[in-house]
Design a protein around this ligand. Structure first.
Ligand SMILES: [Zn+2]
Length: 52
């Protein structure tokens, strides 16, 4: 049976970037839970101003 890797990270309290899975430079504020690198990519779509 196939086991999705994504399900591993659901509801386990693991705080990692929900886009790339990295835990580095993770931004938890604003309920984003994405790393700073990914934030730059999704910021425009979230109408999020430049961070830092
Ligand atoms: Zn990321």
């Amino acid at each position: 049976m196939k086991v999705r890797q994504e399900e591993k990270f659901k509801g386990r309290g693991i705080r990692v970037c929900r886009i790339c899975g990295s835990s580095r430079a993770l931004i938890r504020s604003h309920s984003l839970y994405i790393c700073r690198r990914c934030l730059r990519e999704v910021a425009p779509s979230l109408n999020f101003k430049k961070y830092g």
